[in-house]
Design a binder for this molecule. Structure first.
Ligand code: BEZ
Ligand code: FE
Length: 286
């Protein structure tokens, strides 16, 4: 029989993996056990704190449904998601930075012609988005695909709207022969991540707000290139320095230029004020 003390328990647990056949799994578990035990010794975790943590994780699991993934939200709000993304997609030259996917991606948005309006029937200030998709050398990529989604001008996604409203503020746009893209949508507003569950309780206890700065999501892809999951953040947004999920990258913050009624860059006549955004994406060759 072997008895363990507060130090020797760690190598003892690790030593039980001698039969483990998967070297990577063994490496990950060894590090996890080491850090977990160090953390518990570091804060001298009490039994009450331990059971509270178990109950918290249990609640996180119970809050997950087909439409809600509270564990990913926990990962997002603890900076784990962006850490994993940044480690796996390190910045490379001028190529477009990655950020979080978030819970509101809906596969199968319709492919729309260049210049289409994704914001039909969506509350918010009309905004004309345009730019190019380039490769890492600056060469335009024809036929690149932008899979775009955002909340409305009040920060509400179609999936959160009352009733079954279907897809709103979503669409896929393909670049032309010169690598140009353009579409209309709305100017995205700040909004809170879901905070009516255990993660919300945790955020409040940490003294944190649940807000994200206004942003529009896109996955930009092209044959023979690495796809990038990213956002454009509105430069005027209030929460750029305190995004609840730490997703802001300086290179993704872009001005939304205000214009009075008149002729828009696509030649259309706007009867009210609108915004324009011009942004070039750069993809890394695969
Ligand atoms: C979002 O941007 O849609 C989002 C990202 C992470 C958590 C919640 C929402
Ligand atoms: Fe979002």
């Amino acid at each position: 029989m072997t008895q363990f003390d507060e130090k020797s328990i760690t190598p003892a647990v690790i030593a039980r993996m001698t039969e483990c056949q998967d070297p990577r799994f063994r490496q990950v578990m060894t590090s996890l056990i080491t850090h977990l035990h160090d953390f518990i010794r570091d804060v001298k975790l009490t039994e009450e704190e331990w059971i509270n943590a178990i109950m918290f994780l249990t609640d996180v699991g119970k809050t997950c449904t087909e439409k809600r993934q509270e564990f990913i939200l926990l990962s997002d709000t603890l900076g784990v998601s962006i850490l994993v993304i940044t480690l796996n997609h390190p910045p490379e030259g001028d190529t477009t930075d990655s950020t979080v996917l978030g819970p509101y991606y809906w596969e199968g948005a319709p492919e729309l012609p260049l210049g289409a309006d994704l914001g039909i029937g969506v509350k918010g200030d009309p905004t004309y988005y345009s730019g190019r998709v380039l490769d890492e050398t600056g060469k335009p990529i024809a036929g690149a695909l932008l899979d775009i989604w955002s909340g409305d001008g009040e920060g509400t996604y179609d999936m959160q709207m009352e009733g079954d409203v279907g897809m709103k503020a979503r669409g896929r746009i393909r670049t032309d022969d010169q690598g140009n893209y353009s579409f209309w949508s709305i100017r995205p507003e700040n909004y809170p991540v879901p905070s009516d569950g255990p993660v919300g309780i945790m955020l409040r206890k940490m003294g944190r707000h649940p807000m994200r700065p206004g942003h529009i999501h896109m996955i930009v892809s092209a044959p023979k290139h690495h796809a990038v999951t990213t956002h454009l953040f509105a430069a005027q947004s209030k929460y750029l320095d305190s995004d609840a999920v730490f997703g802001v990258k300086d290179s993704l913050v872009t001005p939304f230029q205000h214009h009075d009624a008149g002729t828009a860059p696509d030649g259309s006549t706007r009867s009210g004020p609108y915004y324009t955004v011009n942004y070039d994406f750069r993809l890394r060759r695969a």
